[in-house]
Design a protein around this ligand. Structure first.
Ligand code: PMP
Length: 429
């Protein structure tokens, strides 16, 4: 394929016609494929089907003698906290295991801080002039939705392959007391797959913040979700924050949504003792304890850290081929065309496809008209506005493996066609 950015008018006309033919042949396939969200495939959730018959009719006492059928136990069963403690590198005393959604835990943390403040600080809703969060972009749209729901101002932070621009972050938090939080997906991030380097994590742990109640919302959603044998490790933010005397800074989140059942897993919150006490105090107003039957069921199923790792290996075997197919198709169709680049994540659930500036919305539209649903363009940005209209999030996990190639081809051909259309318009001006 020629380089669309540099070819002359005649070559561009020819290319545009060829692409239109190719695109309409894809339309004739009448596809109906969705690569919008990081949903596990049916084969992936099936890996945990044994959970459906656990813990079993006679199994309702925890190792500590807690009857899981009853109320209480706000922090979660101790042995289940111990199960996640090793891989999350947070002691069981500093962990909470809760219901099925870590996003709900994040929402609750913002909500408690909003209503009651953080560890004795001013409730965020009473801060004159409002509060703000730093938002590395592109980022996770549901984080931004939480900010929108509370009216929290969002400050975009440029994101690099090794984490956010920490110079920008340092300057911002040092000079602005209204900045109370920062969203971070430190490993295999949504949507670029980037992983924070140790030096960046150190910078975030050690930086001086004008707000005493500044919190890193450390969403480690993909801490075990490797796509290669490399099993990337990141620095321990809880230990580093402690080292710099900022032990209350990190709120670490995780869940088994993409380990066991996305709709019926467990969520985790890890932090300092003081923050855990803060969370427990407010959580106990909201509920009389989590679903401990589900916690016991998970313990019986996963057993220990090795059980967790073995299950993640099986997820990798299902996911990695899908990511490989997208990569091969993008390379085959887009390499050398000058209109697209894409990430090659070592884990997580997403590939970011960067298309020609000004064409992302059109690519989503063209893909949709050829039967492939993508995340709306702009979704990975605060307010849903991508200033360059160029970033697309690709989530191939939920497709049948035989469909991934066609979905990737539709997106790639749509990216080429949208680029050719834009170039033709520019040449006509
Ligand atoms: N955080 C990130 C970064 C995610 O990508 C997702 C799921 N797409 C979630 C949180 C949601 O997690 P949960 O199912 O535990 O609420």
């Amino acid at each position: 394929m020629q380089n669309i950015s540099t070819c002359d008018r005649k070559a561009l006309d020819e290319l545009h016609s060829t692409l239109k033919v190719r695109y309409s042949s894809l339309q004739h396939l009448k596809l109906n494929l969705n690569i919008a969200r990081g949903v596990p495939s049916p084969e992936q959730v099936e890996l945990s089907d044994d959970l459906l018959s656990l813990p079993g009719a006679a199994d309702f006492m925890s190792a500590d003698g807690v009857d899981v059928r009853n109320y209480m136990g706000q922090q979660g069963l101790r042995e289940v906290r111990a199960l996640f403690s090793e891989s999350m590198e947070i002691s069981p005393e500093n962990l909470v295991v809760d219901g099925n959604s870590s996003l709900a835990l994040m929402y609750d943390c913002v909500s408690h801080a909003w209503r009651a403040g953080v560890n004795g600080g001013t409730p965020w809703h009473r801060v004159r002039g409002g509060v703000a969060f730093l938002c590395p972009v592109p980022g996770y749209d549901r984080h931004f939705s939480i900010c929108e729901a509370f009216g929290i101002r969002m400050i975009p932070v440029p994101m690099h392959a090794d984490g956010p621009d920490v110079e920008f972050v340092r300057d911002a938090v040092a000079g602005d007391e209204s900045i109370k939080g920062m969203w971070c997906v430190p490993k295999y991030s949504n949507p670029t797959g980037a992983t924070y380097s140790e030096s960046k994590i150190r910078a975030l742990a050690s930086m001086r913040t004008a707000a005493d109640d500044f919190r890193l919302f450390w969403d480690n959603a993909y801490w075990l979700h490797h796509l290669t044998d490399e099993a990337v490790q990141i620095a321990n933010v809880v230990a580093l924050c402690e080292e710099y005397g900022n032990e209350n800074r990190p709120l670490v989140f995780g869940s088994t949504s993409k380990i066991t059942f996305a709709g019926a897993g467990l969520s985790m919150l890890g932090s300092s003792r003081e923050n855990i006490r803060w969370w427990l105090r407010h959580a106990s107003v909201r509920s009389v304890g989590p679903d401990k039957v589900n916690q016991l069921r998970h313990l019986r199923f996963l057993r220990n850290s090795d059980g967790l790792k073995a299950l993640m290996q099986r997820h990798k075997e299902l996911l990695a081929p899908r990511f490989g197919i997208v990569e091969r198709n993008f390379r085959r169709l887009l390499e050398g065309t000058g209109v697209a680049s894409w990430t090659q994540p070592k884990g997580g659930y997403f590939i970011t496809l960067n298309v020609l500036h000004g064409t992302a919305k059109r690519v989503v539209e063209l893909s949709k008209q050829a039967g492939v649903t993508l995340t709306p363009a702009g979704a990975p940005f605060p307010g849903g506005i991508d200033p360059t209209d160029s970033v697309l999030r690709i989530a191939p996990s939920s497709l049948a493996v035989d469909d991934v190639g066609q979905a990737a081809e539709v997106v790639a051909v749509s990216a080429l066609l949208a680029a050719a259309e834009l170039r033709l318009r520019q040449l006509a001006e």
